[in-house]
Write a protein that binds this ligand. Structure first.
Ligand SMILES: Cc1ncc(COP(=O)(O)O)c(C=O)c1O
Length: 473
């Protein structure tokens, strides 16, 4: 572990309990009535409990929820149902077939932006209702996620970033007859449907309550992955009650730490994110309705590297659990907290910890470890990353994209401000900035190439150690 990693944010002002109790019976009845509904398993992980010296670690396994590999369908289905019921003037008791028929008659169309799972879930619900779905994605979305959305019969539209995709989905929905935006993040005047999406997660939390009751457990710590913060919003609302009062810790990717940075600034901060294998959590803005609740009730907020998420995927695999990087993020976060903040979060031999495997196995490029602090091992890692300059190499150089991702992740892991510049497409530069403190101090700029030059076009052996002029003499 890097000695210089970004510290865990401990919320000294975290409140203990919300006053409001939400009646979620309607929502649970709705989900129970969907085809293929079954409660997902809550699985004990005794070997991890022993390793972390706690009473129990349990993981809610959402790798197969209503036939999709993520919990997101819970919020998407309830959000769509509520939105259609309102638009069509139908009651919440309306059968799905009837809702679909009425929606088709009125030419309703669903719009959503996604970094993977939410859009797929909206597309799946639209298919079930027999209405079209238009899903907006960031350019960086991987091929597997794109194909999964297409297979649900949705039309895909590419935007630059996730935030652009949200805005483009919103404006297109607004200007399309019968268009409804089904977004899991709230902004400006758009809060009702995201609120229903948060409510939809309550079915999973109610299931956990029943499953824990059977085991005679009360959760002392709940560790929740965060993208836009809607799941965490549902989690704090559920667990910070008069009767439960569990501690809540949130986990984000180092390179998409919008909640972490907002909590540190004590106000919502929009950030530019950079590459992560935790694609479902790659969001630069916390949902506006989630923010006040997260600010008040989250006890600890931390960020993890892609490599830590990858190691947690492997840990879970050895326990027989199929998790993607977002699904394993909670375990990576718990491991850090168990080694650094036991007292703050009540992690002791009586502790019962709940995690969420929010997604099933997914393909991703295996990340390099960014924890190395010493320059020799860092240089060793850097030289292993393909970074050939495309214009100075005979063979097609892959450019600086991957090495820029690594450098930015390395900086963010240590809480160093980072900026990415891309004056030429595919040829990014990264600027890391440690701002000076004190009066009149002078700034120091350190500058280096991050590309390498292919050796295929050298006339002589460029690695033989001989010093020669460029023309070979
Ligand atoms: C697999 C997975 N885990 C966690 C999250 C985080 O949820 P939220 O965006 O509500 O914070 C997402 C969001 O899409 C996700 O897809």
């Amino acid at each position: 572990m890097s000695t210089f990693r970004r510290p865990v944010f401990i919320n000294q002002n975290a409140q203990h309990a919300t006053n409001s109790i939400h009646d979620t019976t309607d929502i649970q009845d709705f989900h129970r009535g969907l085809p293929n509904y079954n409660p997902t398993p809550l699985i004990s992980l005794p070997s991890l409990a022993q390793e972390l010296n706690v009473k129990n670690v349990l993981i809610k396994d959402e790798s197969n929820r209503l036939s999709l590999p993520s919990f997101k369908i819970l919020g998407a289905s309830w959000g769509v149902f509520r939105a259609l019921a309102t638009k069509l003037g139908l009651s919440l008791q309306t059968a799905l077939e009837e809702m679909g028929e009425a929606a088709r008659k009125e030419s309703m169309k669903l719009f959503a932006a996604t970094d993977g799972n939410h859009g797929r879930a909206v597309a799946h619900v639209a298919k079930g209702l027999g209405i079209p779905a238009h899903i907006f994605i960031p350019a960086a979305l991987d091929q597997q996620s794109r194909s999964a959305i297409s297979l649900e019969g949705a039309s895909i539209f590419e935007s630059s970033t996730y935030e652009d995709a949200v805005m483009e989905a919103a404006t297109t929905a607004e200007s399309t007859k019968g268009g409804i935006l089904i977004q899991d993040s709230a902004f400006l005047d758009y809060e009702t449907i995201p609120g229903h999406i948060v409510d939809g997660c309550s079915t999973m939390l109610q299931e956990i309550d029943s499953q824990l009751l059977e085991l005679g457990h009360t959760p002392s710590l709940v560790v929740c992955p965060v993208g836009v913060g809607s799941l965490a919003h549902a989690v704090v609302r559920h667990y910070k009650t008069q009767s439960l009062r569990s501690k809540i810790a949130t986990v984000e990717p180092d390179t998409a730490a919008s909640l972490y940075k907002s909590l540190n600034a004590d106000e919502p901060v929009n950030i530019g994110t950079s590459h992560t294998i935790m694609t479902g959590m790659d969001c630069g803005t916390v949902s506006s309705t989630a923010w006040p609740a997260l600010r008040s009730f989250v006890d600890a907020s931390l960020t993890i590297s892609d490599f830590e998420a990858h190691c947690a995927v492997q840990d879970l695999e050895s326990c027989g659990i199929k998790a993607g990087p977002c699904g394993a993020a909670g375990l990576a976060g718990l491991k850090l907290l168990a080694s650094t903040h036991r007292k703050d979060l009540g992690i002791d031999r009586e502790a019962v910890v709940v995690l969420f495997n929010t997604e099933g196995t997914r393909q991703y490029p295996v990340p390099h470890d960014i924890s190395c602090d010493d320059w020799v091992s860092l240089t060793q890692v850097l030289t292993r990353i393909e970074s050939t300059n495309p214009s100075l190499s005979i063979s097609d150089g892959s450019g600086e994209g991957i090495i820029a991702n690594y450098i930015q992740a390395w900086l963010e892991h240590r809480g160093i401000e980072s900026h990415r510049l891309e004056c030429t497409k595919g040829r990014p530069s990264v600027v890391g900035m440690v701002r000076g403190m004190g009066n009149g101090g002078r700034s120091l700029m350190i500058n280096g190439h991050i590309d390498t030059v292919g050796i295929a076009n050298y006339d002589t052996d460029p690695l033989d150690g001989k010093l020669v002029c460029r023309d070979g003499k």
